[in-house]
Write a protein that binds this ligand. Structure first.
Ligand SMILES: [Zn+2]
Length: 87
């Protein structure tokens, strides 16, 4: 079983990370992804077809807004409490 949200959030984060004003190191990136995934409903798929179908209903505008909101909140939280010394 695979949570297809992991790929979706990681892709979205790559698109917007330059605009977030947060640290973009691997550590912070993965912390933001974990935070966002905890806020979003997981979508599990155990086949390639299942994963493709799960992605279809991620094309709605509302879904995109929810993912971006979770990413922005995650970036803010991680910037305030990075797991490493501030650069
Ligand atoms: Zn960092």
């Amino acid at each position: 079983m695979k949570n297809v949200m992991e790929d979706i959030v990681a892709e979205k984060l790559d698109e917007v990370i330059g605009t977030l004003g947060c640290c973009t190191c691997e550590q912070c990136r993965s912390d933001i992804i974990s935070y966002a995934l905890n806020r979003l409903k997981p979508k599990y798929a155990n086949t390639e077809l299942g994963a493709a179908l799960a992605k279809v209903d991620t094309l709605s505008h509302q879904f995109e807004v929810d993912v971006l909101t979770a990413i922005y909140d995650g970036a803010e939280t991680v910037s305030k409490n990075p797991r490493h010394a501030k650069a």
